[in-house]
Design a protein around this ligand. Structure first.
Ligand code: NZQ
Ligand code: ZN
Length: 387
């Protein structure tokens, strides 16, 4: 196991009815910006629950943060915060709203052009310079409620870029599993697959001696396989909903990545597909992941075999199990309603590989993956395999 520090300051407040604790979690005497997305919170009662808790506070509302939040939109919120001396932001939404608020939190006091935050992948480490924020999660998927990363799209150039740093953890996140009842099936499917792929990015690398991290990762994968198909059909079932929400958080709150190698190439390639064609984040992962596993089969073979045996109960030689494990993964993704090819999700995609390769070259991303084995040539191969 490699050395690590595990820092996670988010107060994670989980369970049915926990939105009632909101007023006690908010700071006294600070003006609050209430940030939300396209309006689902008005239809499912979450806005009303939140408003009740905000009684007596000075609040300005900022709606309209898009799925795959846009830099251009977020900068409007930055201006509002600067003009109104707002001291706290409350994000009510999914990964997009929470990520958007992380960007806003860092951008308000950023010295320089805030677009550099994305272009230079700025790490925010000084929490005296960021605006504190809390979240009310409305969709289990990204883990953004308990991590310090974010992904923001620059509309003008169709680029989807990351930011982060330890000053960008939410102060608190209220995670009430009953909020999933109003989610469209497509978003429930996306959530399961995003969480599943987060675990795979941190687990499916090469054999190492961090035994506990592997077992935790495998438990999350097994739980998602067990509940995934059912929770999308029965989101009112609290047992399913609560396990789903906790799995999604555990998949990307930093715990399982400590002391182990990680990959993340599926995500880096997937972000390009969203940036180019506005394909839902999870769907891009389903299109890329199985092909990536095939393209770098030799370096991932040992871990694929372990995954096949422990998560899918397969038997045979390591080679057989590793290959069958990829097939099992594709079948699971399909069962979860995912497209497995770009042609199912986009039109006019024929030059995607060339565009992605050019972008990676311009950014100097010459070697991704746990062993830097995913070269630009491999990226091209993976994207072409995904057509
Ligand atoms: O905008 P509203 O109207 O609220 O509707 C949203 C949106 O259309 C809707 N929705 C959310 N909660 C709902 C609901 N509809 C009904 N009932 C509810 N309770 O769902 C749609 C999708 O929301 P979004 O926030 O975009 O989904 P998700 O949580 O999947 O977030 C995706 C974004 O997070 C990024 C992705 O790249 C993408 O931009 N990610 C963030 C990560 C992180 N911060 O750690 C890691 C991930 O890998 C990912 O990259
Ligand atoms: Zn993801």
């Amino acid at each position: 196991m490699t050395n690590f520090e595990y820092f996670n300051p988010t107060n994670y407040v989980f369970g049915k009815g926990q939105i009632e604790k909101l007023s006690s979690l908010l700071p006294e005497n600070k003006k609050i910006l209430l940030a939300y997305g396209g309006g689902s919170i008005f239809k499912n009662g979450i806005y009303d629950q939140v408003k009740k808790q905000l009684a007596g506070k000075s609040v300005i509302e900022f709606g309209g943060i898009e799925p795959n939040p846009r830099f251009e939109t977020l900068m409007k919120a930055v201006a509002i915060i600067r003009e109104n001396e707002i001291g706290f932001v409350l994000a009510v939404g999914g990964g997009s709203v929470i990520d958007g608020v992380k960007f806003i939190s860092g951008a308000v006091n950023f010295e320089g052009d805030p677009i550099e935050i994305l272009r230079k992948r700025i790490l925010f480490t000084d929490s005296s310079k960021t605006i504190p924020f809390g979240t009310i999660l409305t969709i289990p998927a990204t883990g953004s409620e308990m991590n310090s990363g974010a992904v923001v799209t620059i509309e003008a150039t169709q680029e989807k870029l990351t930011l982060g740093g330890k000053a960008l953890f939410p102060q608190f996140s209220i995670c009430d599993p009953t909020v999933i009842q109003s989610l469209p099936k497509r978003q429930l499917q996306n959530g399961v697959v995003d969480a599943f792929t987060h675990v795979m990015e941190q687990y499916l690398t090469y054999s190492h001696d961090a035994l506990l991290q592997d077992r935790i990762a495998e438990s999350i994968l097994q739980t998602l396989v067990e509940i995934g198909p059912d929770v999308v059909e029965n989101p009112t079932d609290y047992k399913l909903a609560s396990n789903f929400m906790w799995c999604a958080t555990m998949a990307l709150n930093g715990l399982i990545q400590k002391g182990v190698p990680t990959d993340w190439a599926t995500h880096m390639i997937g972000h390009e597909l969203t940036a180019l064609y506005e394909i839902d984040h999870a769907r891009t992962l389903a299109i890329i992941a199985p092909n990536l596993y095939k393209a770098v089969f030799e370096t991932k073979k040992d871990k694929l075999a372990q995954y096949g045996k422990r998560v899918w109960n397969l038997s045979g030689t390591d080679e057989e199990v590793a290959l069958a494990a990829i097939e099992k993964t594709s079948a699971f993704l399909k069962l979860m309603g995912m497209p497995l090819t770009l042609s199912e999700a986009a039109e006019n995609y024929e030059n995607t590989a060339e565009i992605v390769v050019e972008r990676f070259e311009n950014r100097g991303w010459k070697a991704l993956g746990e062993r830097q084995q995913i070269t630009i040539a491999k990226v091209k191969e993976i994207v072409e395999m995904s057509y």
